[in-house]
Design a protein around this ligand. Structure first.
Ligand SMILES: O=C(O)CNC(=O)[C@H](CS)NC(=O)CCC(=O)C(=O)O
Length: 283
């Protein structure tokens, strides 16, 4: 059996704070820990580099896209490339704020680096969290600060299988995951900052459902604990296998790395023996 038949993957849970530098230092320690534990691919949560007091804080740290060769200061992207290369690790970098054509809004970009530190993929979050939570004064208006990306599913070739990209609130839109699995995705990432309230109600069900209905491994690292905004996120970072079983789950409300091994042969057997993906009648 090839080593890449059972790659170890890591979901990195973080309780990110309101300043970038300490968040990057912490992410660096957690990525090194994931590599030490044998992970080949590690997924950081949404907004790992900044969970500020105000949504608009993200505008101040937004970077030009370093892969476009723009001049400019790109400390977060430089960190990610270096961390991938130094640890020999593929990294899915949650989301970071990347400049858009609009002066006052940015993209929530999920960037992917290979183990040489090369940027190999980018997905901009397409569903923005503009909601008021039921029975609560908690309200979110992500579109005030973020621009939605283009609705093109992003699936990348990796040594561990085809990797589909999604982010957080996307988990509520199954049609995106259908499109990702139809494009061949075997591993789907959903880096998140799910709220405590909605996470408690929906997190496990949504993550497991997306894995089950698409026969794909779902890797969903979440933010956890209290943040500078006063908001709380749910934690419980998950790796769910293609049969919907929770392979790994964070147990703390702090920074934590969880790992699981993907069995690619079992996935192939499952997809051929239980061919519900080929029984679709609509769409
Ligand atoms: O809260 C923060 O400061 C950071 N939050 C985020 O970055 C994003 C956008 S506001 N959170 C979500 O999309 C939560 C989705 C969710 O929780 C659900 O679908 O229930």
């Amino acid at each position: 059996m090839l080593e890449t038949d059972t790659p170890r993957i890591a979901a990195i849970q973080m309780s990110s704070r309101g300043e970038v530098a300490p968040n990057l230092a912490r992410a660096g320690d957690l990525l090194a820990d994931a590599a030490k534990r044998g992970a080949r691919l590690a997924v950081l949560p949404e907004n790992f580099a900044l969970m500020g007091a105000h949504e608009t804080d993200k505008l101040g740290v937004a970077e030009p896209d370093a892969a476009h060769g723009d001049d400019g200061d790109t400390p977060i992207q430089d960190f990610l490339s270096r961390a991938a290369r130094d640890n020999g690790l593929w990294i899915v970098a949650g989301t970071i704020p990347i400049a858009s054509p609009e002066p006052d809004r940015v993209y929530a970009a999920c960037l992917v680096y290979n183990d040489q530190g090369e940027r190999v993929g980018r997905y901009d979050k397409i569903h923005l969290f503009d909601v008021g939570l039921p029975d609560s004064r908690e309200a979110y208006r992500e579109s005030a600060t973020f621009v939605a990306g283009e609705t093109t599913p992003v699936v990348l070739d990796t040594p561990f299988g085809k990797l589909g990209l999604s982010v957080c609130y996307d988990l509520r839109f199954p049609e995106l995951y259908r499109a990702l699995s139809a494009a061949g995705a075997e591993i789907i990432v959903a880096p998140s900052a799910f709220t405590q309230t909605t996470g408690h109600a929906h997190w496990h069900v949504l993550a497991r459902a997306r894995a089950i209905e698409n026969l794909a491994t779902l890797v969903a690292p979440n933010q956890t604990g209290s943040h500078a905004s006063g908001r709380q996120t749910y934690g419980h970072s998950l790796i769910v296998d293609a049969w919907g079983q929770v392979q790994a789950e964070a147990k703390t409300t702090a920074n934590e790395v969880v790992v699981a091994d993907i069995d690619r042969n079992r996935l192939a057997e499952l997809r051929s023996g239980f061919p519900c993906l080929s029984h679709r009648r609509l769409g």
